[in-house]
Design a protein. Sequence first.
Length: 278
Amino acid sequence: MSEVGPADLLASGRLRADCSRCAGLCCVIPAFVASSDFAIDKPAGTPCPHLGSDFRCGIHADLRPRGFAGCTVYDCFGAGQHVTQVTFGGHDWRSTPEVAELMGEVFPVVRFLHELLRYAVEALTWPAAAAVHPELAAAVAELDVLSGEAPDVLVTLDVAARRAEVNALLMRASASVRAGRPAYDVDHRGEDLVGRDLAGRDLRGASLRGALLVGADLRRSDLRGADLIGADLRGTDLRGADLRGALFLLQSQLDAARGDATTLVRPPLTTPAHWSTP
């Protein structure tokens, strides 16, 4: 961690999924429930029927039309390849079945640590949050060490305690960046905004942390500097919205939403290939 800066880590592949180095963990460990996101029920710990012998998805190019949109927006934050290649030294649940159960317990813990790392590293790139940077840097170093621990250590980790500690820092960093922006006092944290008409709103600096924005209309809204950590953007209409500089926005959130060429995002985020054009 000390050899690269936060911006370099964000641009690297370490906190992004690399399916070629994973043992298909996201296709085995989580449960699927038949819905608009998944075409079938799949119990936890059971391989998806579309998972090949090479641990690759047999319908990857057709996931959306085949009813598996949920798979296209899942983000393991690089935990899959880390658990496969680092934590278990290249062993996998198929060739070494005795590690399958432990892998199933470790994977969600490492995914959680990598998600916190992703957010904390992003906050370290914000000059306005400089006052929080020393504590964030310490948290990043700790998370980095924890993610490299042995399986027996990882399964005993107090996840709730780590979440509370790091989330407090992320909230302080967010407040520092959003302070003074037009919608700083707009607080929709955790609110049910499903299907809500928010088109054309000035939401610069607003808090939408954990908000349920499923199917909401955010066309032409200005979300620069808005905190979108954990916001559910499934089917959210972002056509013409300005998301440049939105805080904690993930590619997976964009992938779950609707948009087009008029939706503004800032690299390394990109407009999803399935978005329509005007």
